[in-house]
Design a protein around this ligand. Structure first.
Ligand SMILES: [Zn+2]
Length: 427
């Protein structure tokens, strides 16, 4: 059969499984897998029995009992091996009464499947399962090898999930497709060619307690923090030395935002700086014990995101200097996490073949983007040294929100792309 013929065959195959795809997504949502703790044995067993009924073996790996990671291997005869990676765990639903749809109902309404994890990333898992089923029915010499990995604890650092699997040497392949992304399918597809790095800083202010009626006898730690924050926030004015090759990707990533979101003038200005300067967000502030006591301790947590390919240490050094420049006594900056971002060469052959798969399925050319957030791809890239690209059915702006949903249209499009890629991929 011609390549075109095989591609059409597998696309039709996935198309004919749409009802099962919806059902799978709905069932996956119905099995709670909240992180923490990231317990995932029940959902792993569900995946195991699904593939078991197709005569396909699965392997379950656990660093900690009950926190299961699942691997499904599909050996192919064509050269190359693709790793597919998606996570099974979700963030908590929050107050269920604020949801219109049951967070664990997996309700299907008007072309949408609702529930916690539907967009992030159980929809992608369902799409991968259907793609695996369709691929398994093709003769082996038509496809390269694919290994599907369904992992846990992504939402809490992946120490029992992808990061541990990478450290243990489980991931071996030529390319990793990360099913953790969101975008504007099916008419405005996106491929993530990288994601930003993360720097987390704790500002710790020490003061002197006193009675609230005689504040001049104490030293107010909260006020110290406020003063230091005025300096620390200037980290967002620190110009980054970005890789030249990524400039077109910054532009296309920014254009995507502009095309798809209604922004005011100030948001627009921030967006224009998104990749050439770090962003900083003051996300936690703690201090004080009682309304009539001058606080002797306060702390603030800053979330700083840095473009991949830039020098994170220079950002860290600048941060420490900014705190010094404030000249506030008794305040210290503790860097408690530093993780570099990742990126792939947008001109690489695997970006080209994935773009081709997207075009064949959707009829549209994908926008290449650098994600502002992070994914498990970071561990696969940095520890297993496998290039990573992101592509998934997630609906923009729905991850971690109330009434999270994914569309059937997105699921079907992505399942087709996952199924087509192993036929086009060349290492
Ligand atoms: Zn998430």
């Amino acid at each position: 059969m011609s390549t075109q013929g095989i591609l059409e065959k597998i696309v039709d195959e996935v198309e004919s499984e749409e009802d099962e795809l919806v059902d799978l997504c709905s069932k996956l949502v119905q099995i709670p897998t909240v992180s923490p703790p990231g317990e995932s044995r029940e959902i792993a067993k569900f995946i195991e029995s699904y593939f078991g009924s197709l005569g396909i073996a699965t392997h379950i790996y656990e660093k900690v009992e009950g926190k299961s990671n699942v691997c499904v291997e599909l050996p192919g005869k064509r050269e190359g091996k693709i790793i597919w990676l998606g996570h099974l765990d979700t963030v908590p639903p929050g107050d269920p009464s604020s949801w219109k749809h049951d967070p664990y109902g997996g309700e299907v309404v008007n072309g949408r499947i609702y529930g916690r994890g539907s967009s992030d990333t159980k929809g992608a898992v369902a799409a991968a399962m259907i793609a695996a089923k369709a691929l398994s029915r093709l003769p082996r010499d038509e496809r390269c090898s694919v290994e599907f990995w369904f992992t846990t604890c992504e939402e809490i650092g992946a120490r029992e999930g992808a990061r541990w699997l990478a450290e243990e040497g489980f991931f071996k392949g030529d390319i990793c497709i990360v099913g953790d992304s969101e975008g504007f399918l099916p008419r405005d597809p996106v491929i993530d060619v990288g994601c930003k790095g993360i720097l987390r800083v704790k500002l710790k202010a020490k003061g002197l307690a006193a009675h609230g009626s005689v504040p001049f006898l104490g030293e107010n730690a909260v006020e110290k923090l406020i003063e230091v924050w005025r300096y620390a926030r200037r980290i967002s004015e620190f110009k980054l030395d970005v890789p030249k090759a990524l400039e077109p990707i910054f532009e296309s990533s920014i254009n995507l935002f502009e095309r798809r979101m209604k922004l005011n003038k100030s948001q627009e200005a921030s967006l224009r700086r998104l990749y050439h300067f770090p962003t900083v967000s003051l996300n936690i502030i703690r201090g004080g014990i009682k309304a009539n006591v001058v606080p002797d301790y306060a702390e603030a947590h800053l979330d700083i995101r840095v473009t991949p390919g830039t020098d994170m240490n220079s950002v860290k050094d600048r941060m420490i200097n900014l705190v010094k420049e404030s000249k506030v006594d008794g305040v210290e900056a503790e860097i408690y996490s530093l993780r570099e971002g990742i990126y792939e060469d947008p001109k690489s052959p695997y970006v080209k073949s994935l773009s081709e798969a997207v075009r064949r399925v959707t009829g549209f050319s994908p926008t290449l983007r650098i994600l502002t957030g992070g994914t498990d791809g970071v561990h696969v890239k940095q520890i297993s040294k496998i290039p990573c690209l992101g592509l998934a059915p997630g609906v923009h702006g729905t991850a971690h929100t109330v009434d999270e949903y994914v569309t059937i249209e997105n699921l079907t499009a992505v399942a087709k792309i996952y199924a087509v890629y192993p036929l086009l991929f060349k290492p």
